[in-house]
Design a protein around this ligand. Sequence first.
Ligand SMILES: Cc1cc2nc3c(=O)[nH]c(=O)nc-3n(C[C@H](O)[C@H](O)[C@H](O)COP(=O)(O)O)c2cc1C
Length: 188
Amino acid sequence: MTTDNDMTGGGHRKASQDSDLQDVRDIGEEPFETVVKLLDYPMFVVTTAADGSQGGCLVGFATQASISPARYLVALSDKNSTYRLATRATHLVVHVLGADHRALAELFGGQTGDETDKFAQCSWRPGPGGAPILDGVAGWFSGRIIERLPMGDHVGHLLEAGTGQVLQPGSDLLTLNDLGDLEAAHGA
Ligand SMILES: Cc1cc2nc3c(=O)[nH]c(=O)nc-3n(C[C@H](O)[C@H](O)[C@H](O)COP(=O)(O)O)c2cc1C
């Protein structure tokens, strides 16, 4: 928004910007972390497959990235076994979890495929590229991996949206705040 101060009082505006920054710093030693903690967002289970093996983990860092063409971005931690499998995979399947799917979130977020066969503990069938489609979720869609983007300690997987299904229309979704005490098996 442009104000009179912006156009006529550059010095005043600068002082005001400085005080805005000061306000942000005042809310904690780590302003970014403090503000990001305000956010709540849906949780997903993302699965993949390569060379006859299946993998999957709980994911919060995911978002639609384009409408036309339909694109979705999934960030996988470089510490996860799912990430290592995805380096050799062609597809991911993104599952939307309902509020009553905490057990699936615990299985895929609290355990690692390095130690546990998660797919022996849930019901699934192979989907595009062999990536598991889990039964009983609110919905899912598949995506072909068209780009891998280094983003820091996570790698972005840009998906070209493929097929999918809504299984529980209108159901409440499982969100980050529902999982406050769940510890990731592989840490951040
Ligand atoms: C609330 C929460 C959010 C998470 N978000 C992500 C995420 O966005 N991306 C990711 O790769 N891992 C994320 N994780 C971590 C993995 O789900 C977790 O380390 C998992 O056990 C890894 O399994 P894997 O080694 O079989 O891949 C999250 C975990 C929790 C508890």
